[in-house]
Design a protein around this ligand. Sequence first.
Ligand SMILES: N[C@@H](CCC(=O)N[C@@H](CS)C(=O)NCC(=O)O)C(=O)O
Length: 205
Amino acid sequence: MPTLYYAVGACSMAPHIVLEWIGAPFEAVKVQYGSPELLAVNPAGAVPTLREDDGWLLTQAGAILDYLSQKHPEANLSGGDSLRQKAENHRWSAFLTSDMHAAFWPVFMPYRYTTDESDEARAKVVAAGHVLVHKQFATLDKHLEGREWILDGKSVIDAYAFPMIRWGKKLLEGNLTQYPNVLALHDRLAADPAVQKVLDRESGN
Ligand SMILES: N[C@@H](CCC(=O)N[C@@H](CS)C(=O)NCC(=O)O)C(=O)O
């Protein structure tokens, strides 16, 4: 059965949710960033990493989500099979990887974005990150107007957005109340039994 290497509350929560939605057996292994255990399966020392039984390893959240949705078409988590539906899947996966996730890095790890070690310099990097993150939530909120899910039907892309929405809810001024459609997506996902199972597992319950 596949093994998912995850860190608590991280972007690895997305494939963790998707594996629960699929419902086939899998193992979830909690790891620390940069630990020898994680470095052995992902030289970047980052999560998520998926390992198949034969030892094949896949990294990058977007690739793992796409792989899982294609491996399990019966779970209907791709957002649709038409040319344009597939393009929308790739579009929003790229948005979450390159725009949304990347916007959080200066917030989480300001020291990677300035060589100035002063608290003041780092606070400025965090503030710049907040502006960037707000921009991405505004884009997502606009897209979600009148929609239940990001694609056509519940998909891996909603799972991908979920951990990032949780970060925004916790870290941003306003706690995302400025983005009611994003909050509605959060609440819809948070009410999902599979998502609750993952949240329980990740919090050690
Ligand atoms: N581009 C990678 C980024 C993975 C990534 O950086 N994950 C974070 C957790 S959300 C991590 O493991 N960070 C540890 C680090 O950067 O040292 C992906 O999308 O999977």
